[in-house]
Design a protein around this ligand. Structure first.
Ligand code: NDP
Length: 253
């Protein structure tokens, strides 16, 4: 029996990358996992199928974040899926993982691009938490995926890093608010982590990115998923409001 048996979890953006690895890890620990996606319907279905093949429980939920009505749509699918499988809409674990990168120099960033980054990366997590809290019992867990770029300068990602700075505020202030309800909230900051970006197919680029970590490799999604799973577990009951550096030592300088 895993340490999350009987728990329910929502992992946003879990059709790919870190979210996918997190959904699979939480399911392996016994949680019923809502695999959220925006465009990757097949990818999300594949995550659900893989979890079920391994004996876990999951279902897919579609909602594009960063557009009007996004959180409403997300919770329609989430609550329907939870009710069908558990008879209630109780949500024990929320992982705000879905995010978009900028990759545009500050001098070229348009107001529209800036607004889009904030809408998906910062506004959506805020309102997802707001909507999730009435469903979250004592012992609930919220983990927000930030980025090492809140502490590591990269002038090409200023607007993106600003969104992650905003995300980190959720843990600090909500931790105080949610302590009396015995709910924890923390930020996890990955460093460069292998995802579907074609950059990871170029050996020279991977070598350069790997050199940023003290372990001289790029992160795997599982490296981050394992940290999230710990924070989602009962073992992490005394940790709240914290910033967890999951960058493989990149932030050591
Ligand atoms: P990927 O690009 O591999 O996957 C992004 C996920 O988020 C997908 O499931 C995607 O859904 C979903 N998503 C993206 N935009 C939206 C949207 N508008 N609405 C709903 N869902 C959306 O992400 P990573 O695994 O690389 O990153 C995950 C998190 O980690 C992000 O918050 C990112 O900022 C952060 N991070 C990543 C790092 C890295 O090096 N990879 C480093 C530091 C932080 P779909 O495909 O279905 O559209």
């Amino acid at each position: 029996m895993g340490n999350l048996t009987g728990k329910t979890a929502l992992v946003t953006g879990s059709s790919r990358g870190i979210g996918r690895a997190t959904a699979m890890r939480l399911a392996r620990e016994g949680a019923l996992v809502a695999v959220h996606y925006a465009t990757g319907e097949e990818a999300a279905a594949e995550v659900v199928a893989t979890i079920e093949k391994d004996g876990g429980r999951a279902f897919a939920v579609r909602a594009e974040l960063g557009v009007p009505g996004d959180v409403h749509q997300l919770f329609l699918g989430l609550e329907e899926g939870l009710k069908e499988r558990t008879g209630t809409t109780r949500l024990d674990i929320l992982v705000n993982n879905a995010g978009v990168m900028g990759g545009v120099k500050p001098e070229d960033t348009t107001p529209e691009q800036f607004d889009r980054l904030f809408a998906v990366n910062a506004k959506a997590p805020f309102f997802i938490i707001q909507r999730a809290l009435p469903n979250m019992p004592s012992g609930g867990r919220i983990v927000n995926i930030s980025s090492g770029l809140t502490k590591f300068a990269n002038p090409d990602e200023i607007a993106y890093a600003m969104t992650k700075g905003a995300v980190e505020m959720l843990a600090l202030h909500y931790a105080k608010h949610l302590g009396p309800r015995n709910i924890t909230i923390n930020s996890v900051a990955p460093g460069i982590t292998r995802n579907g970006n074609p950059l990871f197919d170029i050996p020279e680029a991977v070598e350069q990115m790997a050199a940023l970590s003290t372990f001289n490799r790029v992160g795997d999604p599982q490296d981050v998923a394992d940290v999230v799973a710990f924070l989602a577990s009962d073992d992490a009951r005394w940790i709240t409001g914290s910033f967890v550096d999951a960058s493989g030592g990149t932030l050591l300088g």
